[in-house]
Design a protein around this ligand. Structure first.
Ligand code: CTP
Length: 411
């Protein structure tokens, strides 16, 4: 991932069985071009060796306050100087307690206390501290741990997880550390530039479902993955996100406000409610173009005769928002099966939106990656095939740039 290249991460490892996941996390960081400085507690060395971490990070590992490899014995300050984040993986109950109470009796806890972000603008702010708790479920539920967790959140420490699941002790419950790839994604998200800070972004996602009778309906093929990835990317860029979602099997991206709808009419009603407060509207949903004129209240029984359904056009939600007196900055999605740019550009003009994102339906639906072409007044621009989260981040950065240079009259 390009976003992590050249970032400097101090990776602290404390003494828990989940320490082995720190090895995989380091590999993910290094593979994508980040610099990882590993610092281990004495207990961590009982679970995984500094030699392993040194080989994976390609840098010397530090475990001792008095390590003479650092000039003036100032390891507790020097190692985090210029770092983009300190990440403690795993963070044991004991280490969270130390952090919450300001104890600094070894190299890692001291580093976490002294986190100057030197070399930037001289301002006195801390290098961000993130921690991925890992412990037995009873230790996690213990009042002391819960008190510490609340205190850490109030102190601005970001906790990643824990999750619920099988534990090393054989029990099942809350306290299991997130997987390395989940921690990696959370850190990448955390480090995104806050290009949309203070902006309200309204997004539609997924398909709509137009009922024929209580068990049948008309829908579009859409997994919702692209819309949800854009919601995630907008949140990570600092936006306040409202997601109006048709029926999909995806977890809502926290902390978005999510309105779950079924039909195009319900989606339209939800968008109407939120559109005026939005700075940016991104219509990713595959909205059904028609609904059934008369929905049957009872299940329609099979017969040998032809069945005719009268279909009535649905409101074009995107065109409606774009025609508001003071519209948010509107972005549409065009899924085409042929003549991609020609059809998408025609759609952009017809719906009067400044930016249309075009993709080939057969390539995109349900897939985990995507290739998109952006069409705006200045021409077309293709983002090469990448995972939907990565495409979403690039798209959000592009929208933020266009939004900034082309105000909607809202600020
Ligand atoms: N859209 C919408 N409301 C509708 C139909 C579409 O808001 N009733 C939005 C979609 O969310 C998308 C864009 O318009 O951002 C284009 O959707 P698409 O289905 O490709 O366009 P249609 O206008 O339905 O054109 P067609 O089905 O003829 O390709």
């Amino acid at each position: 991932m390009a976003e992590i290249r050249q970032k400097r991460i101090v990776l602290g490892i404390t003494g828990g069985i989940a320490a082995y996941k720190a090895a995989e996390l380091t590999r993910l960081f290094v593979k994508d071009g980040a610099e990882v400085q590993v610092v281990m507690t004495e207990a961590a060395c009982g679970f995984i060796t500094p030699a392993t971490m040194q080989a994976l990070s390609g840098r010397p590992v530090f475990t001792d306050m008095w390590d003479s490899r650092i000039a003036d014995n100032m390891a507790h300050i020097e190692l985090s100087r210029g770092a983009d984040a300190i990440v403690v993986v795993p963070a044991t109950a004991d280490f969270l307690a130390k952090l919450a109470n300001g104890l600094a009796d070894d190299l890692l806890s001291t580093l976490c206390m002294a986190r100057p972000r030197a070399g930037l603008d001289g301002a006195a702010y801390d290098c961000p501290l993130l921690a991925a708790p890992a412990m037995n479920r009873q230790m996690w539920q213990n009042n002391a741990t819960q008190r510490n967790v609340k205190r850490l959140a109030a102190d601005g420490v970001t906790l990643l997880g824990p999750a619920s699941g099988d534990q090393a002790c054989g029990e099942i419950g809350m306290g299991r550390m997130l997987e390395a790839h989940q921690i990696y994604e959370a850190i990448v998200a955390f480090l995104q530039p806050k290009l949309l800070a203070g902006k309200h972004v309204l997004i539609t996602a997924g398909p709509t479902f137009e009922a024929i009778d209580p068990v049948r309906g008309i829908t579009n093929r859409s997994s919702g993955k692209m819309g949800y990835a854009i919601a995630r990317a907008a949140i990570d860029a600092g936006a306040q996100v409202t997601l109006v979602s048709g029926p999909v099997a995806l977890e809502a991206p926290a902390p978005a406000i999510v309105e779950r709808v079924e039909s195009a009419a319900q989606m339209f009603a939800a968008v109407k409610k939120h559109a005026k407060a939005a700075d940016i509207f991104i219509a990713v949903a595959a909205v059904a173009d028609y609904h059934v004129a008369q929905t049957s209240k009872q299940k329609i029984k099979r017969s040998d005769a032809d069945l005719n359904l009268t279909l009535v056009p649905n409101e074009d939600i995107l065109a409606w928002v774009a025609a508001l007196p003071k519209p948010p900055y509107c972005v549409g999605f065009a899924a085409e099966s042929e003549k991609l740019q020609e059809f998408a550009d025609a759609k952009r003009r017809r719906k009067k939106v400044p930016l249309m994102v075009a993709n080939l339906a057969q390539d995109a639906i349900g897939a985990d990656d995507n290739e998109i072409t952006l069409l705006d007044d200045s021409g077309t621009h293709t983002l090469p095939r990448a995972s939907k989260p990565e495409i979403a981040r690039q798209l959000v950065a592009h929208i933020a740039k266009l939004y900034k240079s082309r105000r909607t009259g809202k600020d």
